[in-house]
Design a protein around this ligand. Structure first.
Ligand SMILES: C[S@@+](CC[C@H](N)C(=O)[O-])C[C@H]1O[C@@H](n2cnc3c(N)ncnc32)[C@H](O)[C@@H]1O
Length: 197
């Protein structure tokens, strides 16, 4: 646990990197961020939420009528636990998740081989930067689309009331095997936060 996280008796919005109050890199995704993806990207066939946490994303995907299987390395009381995505041999038509910050590159690499059609990862916008990623992921397998949030996502530990605005920008990165050409950059329209929170 990061003891600097709860300062002066109140929780502050996390930068996701430091605060981890309940196991390695566990931050449930606010509902509206998943709705924004599904409103703008179509997924044909089954979806695998391969780092499902307590099912925050899966529940939205179920609500929007997707057929979802869920797993996580840790037991968070939801889905199949003990399944390490970084070493998986399982394949699926589509993969959607918010991966652990510290293994984001590994999730991209693995999803490239395990998603048959399409995969979408919720990552920091700053994931676009970096010499190493430029030489590897973005040179060899750039995403098909990057959906930038026009509203800030704030990640809080489960059960903590969201009161502030985040300081980190996020985007949905989508790899679509049927996409030809260079990476498209797109922006979600404002309003998802108010409509789906
Ligand atoms: C940022 S949380 C997101 C949880 C959920 N996807 C959501 O959006 O609400 C990342 C999740 O990845 C899980 N995780 C960490 N390493 C993993 C691995 N190697 N394989 C599968 N899941 C992993 C953590 O247990 C945690 O639940």
């Amino acid at each position: 646990m990061d003891r600097t996280y709860n300062l002066n008796g109140s929780f502050k919005p996390t930068t996701k990197r430091y605060a981890d109050l309940d196991g390695p890199d566990f931050y449930p995704t606010p509902r509206w961020a998943t709705f924004a993806l599904i409103d703008n990207e179509k997924f044909k066939g089954d979806i695998w939420e391969c780092a499902c946490g307590d099912g925050a994303m899966t529940q939205v995907l179920n609500e929007t009528g997707e057929n979802v299987v869920s797993s996580d390395l840790y037991d968070r009381g939801f889905g199949e636990c003990g399944h390490d995505f970084l070493f998986t041999k399982r394949k699926c038509q589509n993969i959607i998740t918010n991966p652990p910050f510290n293994s984001a590159e590994g999730f991209v690499e693995k999803a490239l081989s395990q998603a048959r059609e399409k995969f979408a990862l919720l990552l920091r916008l700053a994931f676009l930067e970096g010499a190493n990623r430029s030489r590897t992921i973005f040179h060899k397998n750039p995403p098909s689309r990057v959906w930038v949030f026009s509203e800030r996502i704030t990640f809080y530990p489960k059960g903590v009331k969201a009161t502030g605005s985040g300081t980190t920008a996020y985007a949905w990165y989508v790899w679509d095997k049927n996409h030809a050409g260079s990476t498209e950059l797109a922006w979600f329209k404002p309003g998802y936060k108010a409509k789906y929170s």
